[in-house]
Design a binder for this molecule. Sequence first.
Ligand SMILES: [Zn+2]
Length: 244
Amino acid sequence: MAGPGRTEELAPKDAYLAEAEGSVLSAIDGGLVLDRTVFYARGGGQPGDVGIIRWDGGEIEVLDTVRKDGLPLHVVAEGAALPDPGTAIHGSIDWDRRYRTMRTHTALHALSGVVFRDFGAKVTGGNMEPGVARMDFELDGISVEFGQEVERKLNEELVRGYPTEVVYLARQEALKDPDLIRTKVNLIPEWVDEIRVIDIVGLDRQADGGTHVASTLEVGRVRVVKTESKGKANKRMRIELSGH
Ligand SMILES: [Zn+2]
């Protein structure tokens, strides 16, 4: 890939890392690219991290992290003074926000696992913010009672404390896994030949680049706050972490 080099991305390897050292690869107006970062770049329905980047003699607030030209771009205020390429930095994310996002993200996996296991419905879409999320299912109908039943089943599963495992599979292997086919592993660009899989063993398994908590116990309780129809065979559930 053309450009200043690659960024070592720490979030997919250790979701619990809140800060890391690195250096500046490039600085453009409104953004910084680092050689190493703890910030998660928005993707797969998970929002990008916010936080602070500090260096000798300065610091700047990171307002969002997005992916640009394949690399995480730390978005900062336009016109702000930025460190030169090569400058050593210390990055730290807003950990409370990220951790809430990890709990929310893991709740969505459990929700998708429960709805598929008990109702045979696949996910058609979803999105999350720290503490709140929505997920759409291929269901013919939906009701308040259905939402309540799913909420009860979901919380029953969460307190069992399923571990969340991260495994890497060769693309050819991943394409044969029925769970991964169900969650559309085939939509991952063909040049990706190592697929990252999040396995909440026995509950849900899908190809995913995001950050999750290590056990479903950490999610806490989840409420289904709204059920709505978004069209034929497309029904939406909105969830919220209790006490988020
Ligand atoms: Zn995920």
